[in-house]
Design a protein around this ligand. Structure first.
Ligand code: AVJ
Length: 322
């Protein structure tokens, strides 16, 4: 395609799909998984027997709810509870219940990239926990970070749960933590979940479940390109493939083309060629241990003040201060 008939690409989705599918090797960002169908598939993933992460964090909250909320508001002057990537807020509700039950003065500010998720959460909280004051917002992590400073004038607790930070490779995670640190006053805290290194098979199983829901979740990004960008991917011609490197702690998801094929994406005026067994890298899900988290904190100007683990040592939540 010559540059003069190249389309002007406006949305982030258009731009990044174009970039990723014309790159070598090919890639697509995992943030594009989460449309209406992707949100539903991810909820199914969280209920899978293989996907231990959600249950582990749930167990931590159930076991340590009071200690956790007490460490949020040590001076009892009230605070804003800002959650990045709030999703359906199922785990957060345990903490909200504890906060309400102990009469803490706080406003819950969930932020998510998915409009559906934020709307659903707001409606759900209004009916289930009407006492919680909620202000929702739609946006991407790095976008929202710039606004964080202006967003509140009292103590901030910034939460990132579900090991969502695991979608970022270490250099980007450090960039993210540094930006959070910059937006923090001295008394502000970060409360963040980190999935821990464990038996490699257990990690692989969590991202390659028996029922194929994770495969459908991964392939949904192609279905989304078909829908939103007028593509003609045949998703059955792609294989969901998971790898885990116990040395780096990085799990990676791919879509592998089962045959040589060409796909049209009309809205991008793009033809994408795949060789047989060529891959599209779609997600990383980083696993951690205390040393890695300590190193990330140090590189970002933060220190760990507390951590909470589940019984099986699968998962940890850390509190960071400036
Ligand atoms: C929501 C990013 C934490 O990486 O574990 C689940 C997403 N991908 N199964 C993860 C996901 C495949 C999940 N995060």
């Amino acid at each position: 395609m010559s540059s003069k008939d190249q389309k002007v690409l406006t949305s982030t989705f258009e731009k990044e799909v174009y970039e990723g599918l014309t790159a070598f090797p090919k890639y697509l960002s995992s943030k594009f998984f989460y449309d209406e169908i992707g949100d539903k598939l991810f909820q199914q993933i969280m209920a899978l027997p293989e996907y231990y992460l959600t249950r582990a964090e749930y167990e931590i909250f159930e076991t340590h709810a009071l200690e956790i909320v007490n460490s949020f508001d040590t001076d009892k002057n009230g605070f804003d509870l800002i959650e990045l990537g709030a999703g359906d807020g199922k785990k957060t509700k345990i903490l909200l219940k504890e906060l309400i039950g102990n009469k803490f003065d706080f406003v819950y500010k969930p932020i998510d990239i998915s409009e559906n998720a934020v709307e659903g959460l707001l409606n759900n909280l209004q009916s289930e926990m009407p006492k919680v004051e909620v202000q929702g917002q739609i946006g991407e992590y790095f976008e929202v970070l710039d606004k964080l400073k202006q967003m509140s004038d009292r103590k901030k607790i910034i939460m990132v749960l579900g090991s969502n930070i695991g979608n970022l490779l270490h250099p980007r995670a450090i960039q993210f933590l540094k930006q959070l640190c910059n937006a923090m006053h001295t008394e502000d805290l970060i409360f963040m979940g980190f999935d821990q290194k464990k038996h490699p098979q257990k990690v692989l199983d969590a991202y390659n479940d028996q029922t194929g829901i994770t495969a459908a979740f991964n392939k949904n990004v192609l279905a989304r390109i078909n829908k939103e960008l007028k593509g003609n991917f045949d998703v059955d011609k792609f294989l969901h493939w998971e790898t885990y490197d116990p040395e780096s702690g990085t799990a990676k998801s791919y879509l592998v083309s089962k045959e040589k094929q060409t796909v049209d994406i009309d809205n991008l005026s793009l033809q994408v060629h795949f060789e047989a067994w060529e891959s599209i890298h779609t997600e990383i899900s980083q696993k951690y241990d205390d040393d890695i988290v300590k190193w990330l904190a140090k590189e970002s100007g933060l220190k760990i003040t507390k951590s909470f683990s589940d019984n099986g040592q699968n998962y940890k939540n850390y509190l960071f201060a400036k």
